[in-house]
Write a protein that binds this ligand. Structure first.
Ligand code: HEM
Length: 427
């Protein structure tokens, strides 16, 4: 189309709007045309080049020098002066964490901070995750109806994150309150008035995160990623700086919380929409780990990620200039027929399900992926055991917080007959 009209931007590319209804409803579906016809295109609406095929998205993730992650957390909607002033009032200085750090700084930090994420270390958290999950299910198991997001999926991953980070119990409630505004601040399109309110919350979150770090610094002997990082700072002060500790205290909560809450809501929704699959995992829980991978592939919670092009290059044969910003639509890559047979189908026995790019790929790949997997598996184990007769409340409309990257339904209403709960007959 572009060649025919002489216009450098095709009609589809010109119409692309990641804040519009189509993308918000179903990102991979909204860019199906692109996967098929124009896999790398410039979007004038957002000023980004958009990449939608599996091989191209993976190639971008793979090269973190040519494709810098430095813009991963940049605000996609420019911040108003008033909101900037509000953030300044709180001394807000979140800058580089891990996810948006370039080399050579990134790798030494990632290595220094990795140990708490190893499977052996994560195993210590399993009983805590299981106990929390059971407690939340206890609260509604006899009710017959629940919004799983409000009553379980939002809070459990946040509390797990706070435990994983080693936040003192008495500070958890405050951090829980503050952590919520951050998504809108970074990936959303808030109005000017909203921006100031959001900036207030983010500023307080930042300040409070600082006081928690100071508290932990006085006695960093406890368990958790933050005390571990404070101890690591003593060994390598030039690798793990003070401002860096402050940033990961806040960013760690965000990274671990909404991504996992959304992934869980997407997974349960998808499985209940595909009832035979749900029934299969109820009958055979050994299917759960691969079902989790398939859910992350088909309906992951990170729909798109960002990179900055550091030198003139080509992606999928398309010339891209230095300085270009990329929106790499990993949710679209995950539905690419070129990599996944029958890519739109939910197949919990799919052999290459874990090739999905929902956790990114390469040197920045999600450090928390195995913690997230553990949580998702435990949620499914507990729900399929205790509420196998769960079903979606029919005809509900699913709504999504408008943003480019984080994706999960605001609410997920389910219903069941409590008198048929399997645990009743077998206390
Ligand atoms: C990085 C997704 C859960 C901690 C990332 C990235 C993605 C992602 C897309 C960027 C990858 C890249 O640039 O290649 C997810 C999803 C999750 C999840 C979908 C849940 C289903 C978690 C959890 C934690 C965590 C539970 C922490 C406990 C991190 C960290 C990084 C990261 C520290 C930065 C790694 C680096 O840049 O070296 N995650 N994440 N994530 N994630 Fe996650």
């Amino acid at each position: 189309a572009s060649a025919a009209t002489g216009c450098p931007v095709s009609a589809n590319a010109a119409a692309f709007d990641p804040f519009g209804d189509a993308y918000q409803a179903d990102p991979p579906e909204a860019v199906r045309w692109s996967r098929e016809e124009e896999p790398v295109f410039y979007s004038p609406e957002i000023g980004y080049w958009v990449v939608t095929r599996y091989d191209d998205v993976k190639a971008v993730f793979r090269d973190n020098i040519l494709f810098s992650p430095s813009i991963a957390l940049e605000k996609i909607t420019p911040v108003s002066e008033e909101a900037t002033a509000t953030l300044a009032k709180y001394g807000y200085a979140m800058n580089r964490t891990l996810v948006n750090e370039d080399e050579p700084e990134h790798m030494p930090r990632r290595r220094a901070l990795m140990e708490p994420f190893t499977p052996e270390q994560l195993a210590h958290h399993e009983p805590m995750v299981r106990k929390l999950t059971r407690e939340y299910v206890d609260r509604f198991v006899d009710a017959g109806k629940a919004d799983l997001v409000d009553e379980m999926l939002w809070e459990v991953p946040l509390t797990v994150a706070l435990h994983f980070l080693g936040v003192p119990e008495e500070d958890m409630e405050t951090l829980r309150k503050y952590s919520i505004a951050h998504t809108v601040n970074t990936w959303g399109r808030p109005s000017p008035e909203e921006q100031v309110a959001v900036a207030e919350a983010v500023g307080r979150f930042w300040q409070f995160a600082g006081t928690v770090v100071e508290k932990l610094r006085r006695d960093p002997s406890g368990p958790g990623w933050m005390p571990f990082s404070i101890r690591a700072q003593r060994e390598q002060p030039e690798v793990i700086t003070d401002s860096y500790l402050h940033s990961i205290m806040m960013a760690g909560i965000v990274a671990a919380h909404e991504t996992t809450a959304n992934a869980a809501a997407n997974a349960i929704k998808l499985l209940l929409e595909n009832r035979t699959v749900w029934e299969e995992i109820c009958a055979d829980p050994a299917l759960i780990p691969n079902a989790v991978e398939e859910c992350l592939r088909h309906s992951g919670s990170v729909a798109a990620w960002r990179r900055l092009v550091t030198a003139d290059t080509t992606i999928g044969g398309v010339p891209i200039p230095q300085g270009a910003k990329l929106l790499i639509v990993n949710s679209s890559a995950n539905r690419d027929q070129r990599h996944f047979d029958n890519a739109d189908a939910v197949d919990i026995r799919r052999e290459n399900a874990s090739d999905h790019l929902t956790f990114g790929y390469g040197s920045h790949q999600c450090m928390g992926k195995n913690l997230a997997r553990m949580e998702l598996q435990i949620f499914l184990e507990e729900l399929t055991t205790r509420l196998p007769h769960l079903e979606l409340v029919p005809d509900q409309e699913f709504t999504y917080l408008p943003n480019t990257s984080f994706r999960g339904p605001d609410h997920l209403w389910v219903q069941w007959d409590p008198s048929a709960n399997p645990e009743r007959g077998d206390p």
